[in-house]
Design a binder for this molecule. Structure first.
Ligand code: 13P
Ligand code: SF4
Length: 352
């Protein structure tokens, strides 16, 4: 996996290491500023007994300088659950920081920007889930981890993109409600051989509890991954016939089917590291391609820099420093919600 730097590294050492990794993508004067910020963050992190978790979508200079651990959402949830540090600084988005708090409630969890949301988490409310449960009584609810704590609290079990099919298959039930990502649900339905309906999208299915279904979905979408189309893939393959294309399962099922591999952010990194192709393209948040390229200079990565997650993009080195200096923004979850959400999240972590 992608290596992380030591906390004791000085600004000068950090600058040299960052220049080595990022010298051809980040201008030198910016690297110097970023190295100084990173060195101060790492000093404060030790002073405050904090751990920094960095999602794979963090911008390259941050990704390669301050996190103690980098990874996908499942990996980082596990790190959060087991840390003995007093403070968890989550360089990711709000639902990830909330998941850390749910799994390790006695720690202070900080999110460096109050604006780091997620279009999937915003797509569904706890009241929506309660309504679905009334409409389909007794059907277990699987909720993607990209949701807020009150939605998790209404769920039986959570999943991430790396274990979604396994979580669905672990349930002893012919039918499941899978929320809120329409595309991930369709991809999981295909992988597990289930027929899926969207009662909120298609009025003919609105009261059709008698219809033939095995998965009940919700029309939420990731505003980043929904952008990729079959035309994009056809054009890329025309221009670069030898390219290997990887897609996150939040892309549409048509796009996933037209790609060479689909998996969580960690799974895609592993795939690139363990295979030998003339060039790769990732259909996902664009910083990740930069991060893989920086850690694996021998791999040829096509760059796709217009597709940036506006929420992940909120997390900067400047805001992370302010977060540690001012103890902001503290993640708080009402106790009853946290308790109920913990059952669903802990079940997910136990399932692997
Ligand atoms: P991963 O769990 O694969 O890291 O994905 C998180 C995410 O938000 C993808 O858009
Ligand atoms: Fe949410 Fe999509 Fe951004 Fe991931 S990439 S955090 S799913 S908006």
């Amino acid at each position: 996996m992608i290596p992380v730097l030591g906390n004791e590294t000085s600004a000068d050492q950090l600058y040299i290491q960052m220049q080595d990794m990022l010298g051809d993508v980040v201008p030198d004067f910016e690297l110097k500023i970023k190295a100084e910020l990173a060195a101060e963050i790492n000093r404060l992190k030790v002073e405050k007994n904090a751990v920094i978790l960095g999602h794979n979508y963090m911008e390259p200079a941050l990704f390669h300088s301050i996190p103690d651990y980098v990874g996908d959402s499942l990996d980082l949830a596990r790190r959060a659950a087991t840390t003995d540090k007093d403070i968890i600084v989550f360089c990711g988005v709000r639902f990830m920081a909330e998941t850390a708090k749910i799994l390790n409630p006695s720690r202070t969890v900080l999110l460096p920007s109050a604006k780091a949301g997620c279009s999937l988490a915003a797509a569904i409310t706890a009241a929506d889930v309660r309504e679905l449960k009334q409409k389909f009584p007794g059907v277990p609810v699987v909720t993607y981890v990209n949701t807020y704590a009150d939605v998790k609290a209404e769920s039986d079990v959570c999943c991430t993109s790396s274990n979604a099919a396994a979580v669905v298959e672990s349930l002893d039930s012919d039918t499941v409600i899978f929320l809120p990502d329409e595309y991930l649900a369709k991809n999981v339905a295909r992988e597990t051989g289930r027929h899926i309906i969207f009662p909120t999208k298609d009025p003919r299915n609105g009261s059709g509890t008698e219809l033939d279904y095995q998965m009940i979905g919700w029309p939420g979408r990731c505003e980043v991954h929904e952008k990729f189309t079959l035309d994009d893939i056809a054009n890329i393959r025309k221009q670069f016939p030898d390219v290997v294309i990887l897609a996150h399962p939040e892309c549409s099922p048509e796009v996933v089917a037209a790609c060479d591999y689909s998996g969580s952010t960690n799974a895609m990194i592993k795939y690139v590291e363990q295979t030998k192709a003339p060039r790769y393209l990732l259909l996902t948040e664009c910083s990740m391609g930069e991060n893989i390229a920086a850690a694996n200079p021998e791999k040829e990565m096509l760059r796709l820099c217009s597709v940036r997650c506006p929420h992940m993009n909120q997390i900067t080195l400047e805001d992370t420093l302010a977060s540690l200096q001012k103890n902001q923004y503290v993640i708080e979850i009402p106790e009853d919600i946290l308790y109920r959400a913990a059952r669903a999240v802990e079940k997910m972590v136990a399932l692997g």
